[in-house]
Design a protein around this ligand. Structure first.
Ligand code: AMP
Length: 262
């Protein structure tokens, strides 16, 4: 942890550049957003920015699927599929799996009928080539009329490290804890089902450092890619989860409204 903290200066940590030009939507205070047609939502942000947590909340609120490319890949690795075997080593090193493999995986998933009202992508796109592919794929997708809303979750470098090194997950219900920030009631076991929590193999210091480097090199340019097209909405992810969530809903609905009126 210390070594990574010392490296903090090398990382271009963003401030809390919250875009306040959102048009307020009606989903923040509403009981549920399941009647709001949302369309595709892309969550950008460094590993550990809380995309997974926010994606689950968004998916629950709007009644749309949460598509995490990391989860789909880990599932393939666990089941020993062809795709899993190809991805395993790359993931263990903290590198990115090839665009072809990941694009194919996403293409299959977003064709499913549960994606018709919208879906939230967590961890995809991660390269400009993936983003360009996604735009083409969605333009060609029959019935896809809603514009894609892109939200960037900005978190300072030290927060990222604490979130990544402290992350522990329940293998049964997927509940995510953090030994520093949100520990379980009993050390090492899930509050809900009592199962032993595990640490992801790529959440070790050495791999985290590689993942953050690959984020800087390959994924950060996506901010400029979407910014240039005036499609980027930013949320300050250094705040408590509920505050990030409220800002996120405003970004999504303001983003959708603004994009829809263009
Ligand atoms: P995540 O759970 O999103 O942090 O992803 C875990 C790992 O899966 C990453 O470090 C990559 O090796 C791989 N991965 C997930 N999504 C992508 C993607 N869009 N492109 C390439 N590799 C990915």
């Amino acid at each position: 942890m210390k070594a990574l903290l010392l490296a903090a200066g090398a990382f271009a940590a963003e401030g809390s550049g919250v875009n306040r030009n959102f048009r307020p939507g009606n989903g923040v205070d509403a009981m549920s957003g399941i009647n709001i047609p949302v369309g595709p939502i892309v969550l950008l942000g460094a590993p550990g920015a809380g995309k997974g947590t926010q994606a689950k909340l968004i998916a629950g609120h709007y009644g749309i699927p949460h598509i995490s490319t990391g989860d789909i890949l880990r599932d393939n690795v666990a089941r020993g599929t062809d795709l899993g075997r190809k991805a395993k080593r790359v993931m263990e090193r903290g590198d990115l799996v090839s665009d072809d493999l990941v694009n194919g995986m996403v293409a299959d998933r977003i064709k499913q009928p549960d994606c018709d009202r919208g879906f939230v992508l967590d961890g995809f796109p991660r390269t400009v080539a993936q983003a360009e592919w996604l735009d083409r794929e969605l333009a060609a997708k029959a019935g896809e009329k809603k514009p894609t809303v892109v939200v960037d979750v900005e978190v300072s470098y030290n927060q990222l490290l604490q979130r990544l090194t402290g992350r522990r997950t329940c293998p049964v219900d997927g509940k995510i804890y953090n030994i520093y920030l949100q520990p379980p009631k009993t050390e090492g076991v899930c509050d809900v089902c009592g199962t032993q929590l595990f640490q992801r193999v790529d959440d070790t210091e050495e791999v985290i450092s590689e993942r953050l480097k690959s984020y800087e090199r390959q994924t950060k340019p996506l901010e400029e890619f979407y910014q240039k097209q005036a499609r980027l909405r930013c949320v300050n992810g250094d705040q408590p989860v509920e505050k990030v969530m409220a800002d996120m809903f405003r970004a999504i609905e303001g983003g959708a409204a603004a994009a829809g009126s263009e």
